[in-house]
Design a protein around this ligand. Structure first.
Ligand code: ASP
Ligand code: MG
Length: 464
């Protein structure tokens, strides 16, 4: 659109209390350009709503104390950030009434469904959008709080893990949002959810407001998405584990998604999905340290091959099938994947040898997976075992999977650190080199790898 808009997303960690709202409003007031805000619920509110649902189902007496406490929390923030606002208190009244009805519905029917859950949990964002808009108005920025279902973010209807349908969403958002932006009003839109074709509220999964921001940015052809957090951006490693971790000025969409998937709590892994085919960059910024450059995430650049960052994720089990004829029997893998796929069990990594086939699976799902494989009586599978306590370590960098030499260097460093590698998947992805170690070896492996490859910025790293 013309003039181009920037989409700024503020998460719960940047929205704790009234002073945070005022701080955000000041940041926005200083900027002289067309902006659109996407907000998460105030810090902790989503968890509290999720927590009250099973209680309400059992006992309606849980509802009033919850609503009163939640209202007090929002009123306190509003009184600090926009004490004289005339609109927000009425908006909150209406929203709290609706949430009350949803909760009593759950209590009376003694039933919680994915549908009522998604609807109830969307209220955290509905409340905060009104508060943030009021805070903006209080600093002199015309602003309006808007609900994603109202303005037409359309989803595929999958409760809890919905995907946006970009076609209809784009059409709707251009119609509902562009006139506001052109009239110099800053839309403050709820993150986290949309509605399906039948109007049912569907959420994008925990932390999904980042994804909402990307969906909106793509729909409006924004010139950037800024994700405002409580950290300086992506680092070369988790700073809680590696003290010498460095901030990364730039990384590619794929690298960011891979690290996010591995548990870097910087960005929701799906944020890059809507942006991937375009050129809209994501800028990760720190609300508490706005001067810091942050990390710029965009399409690949013409860079020399490099190792960008390292991540680790715990909580995996190896489910191993053994049988002497396995390697010679076609179709074993296919049957195994069919059985697990039907049960919704995700295989994170795999390795095959002559007489065994090993799968890396979330620890929670491992026993179920082993039982399903056993029950399926797949020919040549003689024994199924489960081993727990594994972590996935992943080296991320554009094109590293293409170079045999990189893997060799990485595994020699890990070996020198005395760490045994249990499963390797090289070449599955061009940007990731993943392997599995015992939980107790993660620290040693990360430290050795970071020291060998990431301690110093590569000389030719392109600056953002
Ligand atoms: N409020 C939701 C959550 O806590 C969505 C978000 O924060 O992005 O998961
Ligand atoms: Mg949140």
């Amino acid at each position: 659109m013309d003039p181009p808009v920037k989409v700024l997303k503020f998460g719960g960690s940047s929205l704790r209390e009234g002073e945070d709202l005022s701080h955000v409003a000041r940041l926005i007031h200083e900027r002289d350009e067309a902006l659109l805000l996407v907000v998460s619920a105030l810090n902790g509110v989503t968890d509290k709503i999720l927590d009250v649902l099973p209680k309400a189902e059992k006992d309606e007496d849980a509802i009033t104390p919850f609503l009163e406490a939640t209202r007090r929390q929002h009123d306190a923030a509003l009184n600090h950030a926009a004490p004289d606002d005339e609109k927000a208190p009425q908006e909150l009244d209406q929203l709290f009434q609706k949430l009350e009805r949803v909760l009593y519905g759950i209590a009376y029917t003694e039933q919680r469904t994915p549908k009522t859950r998604d609807l109830a949990v969307s209220f955290g964002e509905r409340f905060s959008a009104r508060l943030v808009a009021a805070a903006l108005r209080n600093q002199g920025t015309p602003a309006v709080g808007l609900d994603a279902d109202d303005i037409g973010i359309i989803t595929d209807g999958t409760y809890g893990v919905a995907t946006a349908r970009m076609g209809p969403t784009g059409e709707n958002l251009r119609e509902t949002l562009e006139p506001l932006i052109e009239a110099d009003t800053t839309p403050v839109v709820t993150g986290y959810f949309g509605r399906d074709d039948d109007g049912h509220v569907t959420t994008f999964g925990r932390g999904g407001s980042d994804y909402s921001a990307a969906v909106i940015a793509r729909s409006l052809g924004a010139n950037a998405v800024e994700v405002w957090k409580d950290v300086d951006g992506f680092l070369t490693a988790d700073p809680e584990r590696i003290h010498t971790a460095r901030p990364l000025p730039y990384m590619t969409y794929d690298e960011a998604a891979e690290l996010a998937y591995l548990g870097a709590r910087v960005l929701h892994p799906r944020t890059v999905e809507p942006l991937h085919e375009g050129t809209i960059p994501i800028l990760v910024k720190n609300t508490m340290n706005p001067q810091a450059p942050g990390t710029r995430i965009g399409p690949p650049r013409d860079e020399p091959e490099h190792l960008r960052a390292i991540g680790a994720r715990e909580g995996f089990a190896i489910v191993r099938m053994q049988g002497s004829g396995m390697a010679y029997t076609p179709g074993v893998g296919k049957e195994v994947f069919a059985v697990l796929g039907d049960a919704g069990i995700n295989v994170v990594n795999m390795a095959a040898s002559q007489a065994s086939f090993a799968l890396l699976i979330d620890e929670e799902d491992a026993n179920k997976a082993a039982a399903l494989i056993q029950d399926a009586e797949i020919p040549t599978v003689e024994a199924v075992t489960v081993q727990r306590g594994f972590s996935l370590i992943c080296f991320v960098g554009e094109n590293i999977g293409k170079h045999e030499g990189v893997a060799g260097q990485v595994f020699s460093v890990v070996g020198d650190a005395g760490v045994n590698v249990d499963m390797i998947s090289v070449g599955a992805s061009e940007i990731a080199l993943a392997f599995v170690v015992h939980d107790e070896d993660v620290e040693d492996a990360l430290t050795a790898l970071h020291e060998a490859f990431l301690e110093k910025a590569p000389k030719r790293e392109v600056q953002a």
